[in-house]
Unconditional design. Structure first.
Length: 319
């Protein structure tokens, strides 16, 4: 049995996730972090060892998360990671939803609710009358392969029947990193917004470079005084951990929002689609300024590693 634990973490408290994953490690060593706010745990051994069912283990996990870290969570339990994720999505905060019968759980859900089915695929399937997971499961495999392709059709057909061949991978590499800057007061000044974005881009870039990773896309989240938020995602021209590239993309997304008089409470950035830097291609350029900036960045990284993260940074942030 697999548990998918979805913690209610504000972006500024995402640093708690490793501690929460460590707490899950007290029940089972097979735990996979799912940043920014969730984790998968294979508790088949724990069920036998503790002599408790998955719902009972989930109740203990919820109590410990709340008592030790002040974090509420919703937990989905199922025979595989896909069903556990979907159950956690349906579970209300502070509750556990256990999937006993995969066919009954999936049958009446819209096809867009199936894990791995995006909006474009859902629209295509609905145009053929396959608007529910039950109808997709009942369709012949050959029909699905004709609609969405051979490989995607087989994966879709299996998932609609509750089959998921993925496994929980302990200590899996993080797929994203995030940081947020809250303001002391609701901020109208666009220049202060840009300074916060520059600081965030520098932090995320340094973290990725230190881990030998680059990201494919960047997500900007702006939180307002009325507790609403706006989120925008943009794919980078090429996978990068260069702080200047991240800052330029963040500035472009911020300017596109047109926040002339918006009272902003916090801004956050998330670098997504992480991959090893050695696997990423870098377009050669004759731009001397870009090459100089990258060399300076490498020197700054060495200085931070030796003397601390605040030892060097952009001059505009020192004002």
């Amino acid at each position: 049995m697999i548990l998918y634990v979805r913690f209610r973490l504000e972006p500024m408290y995402e640093a708690l996730l490793p501690q929460l994953v460590g707490m899950l490690g007290q029940f089972t060593p097979v735990v996979e972090a799912a940043p920014p706010d969730a984790a998968l745990a294979d508790v088949r051994g724990a069920v036998r060892y503790f002599g408790r069912g998955p719902a009972e283990l989930a109740a203990v996990i919820r109590v410990r998360a709340l008592a030790l870290y002040g974090v509420e969570c919703a937990i989905g339990a199922g025979p595989n990671p896909m069903l556990a994720r979907m159950a956690a999505r349906d579970a209300a905060p502070g509750t556990t939803l256990v999937v006993e019968d995969a066919e009954a759980f999936l049958r009446d859900k819209p096809v867009a609710a199936l894990y791995g089915v995006g909006p474009a695929t859902a629209r295509t399937l609905c145009s053929y009358g396959l608007d529910s997971i039950g109808r997709v499961a009942a369709a012949p495999l050959a029909v699905l392969q004709r609609i969405v392709g051979a490989r995607a059709g087989r994966e879709l057909w299996e998932r609609a029947r509750g089959v998921d061949r993925t496994a929980v991978v302990p200590n899996a590499a993080s797929r994203s990193v995030a940081a947020e800057r809250p303001f002391d007061r609701d901020e109208l000044d666009q220049e202060r917004h840009r300074r916060a974005l520059l600081s965030l881009a520098g932090e995320l870039g340094a973290r990725m470079r230190g881990e030998g990773q680059v990201c494919r896309s960047l997500t900007l989240t702006v939180r307002y005084a009325d507790r609403t938020s706006t989120t925008r995602t943009r794919t980078l021209r090429e996978p990068s951990a260069h702080s200047a590239d991240l800052a330029a993309t963040a500035y472009a997304m911020h300017e596109a929002l047109g926040l002339q008089r918006a009272r902003v409470r916090a801004v956050g950035l998330r670098a997504e689609g992480l991959m090893p830097a050695e696997h990423a291609a870098h377009q050669l350029t004759f731009d001397a300024a870009d090459e100089k900036a990258r060399r300076l960045e490498a020197v700054a990284d060495k200085a931070r590693a030796r003397f601390g993260p605040g030892i060097i940074g952009p001059g505009s942030l020192a004002a």
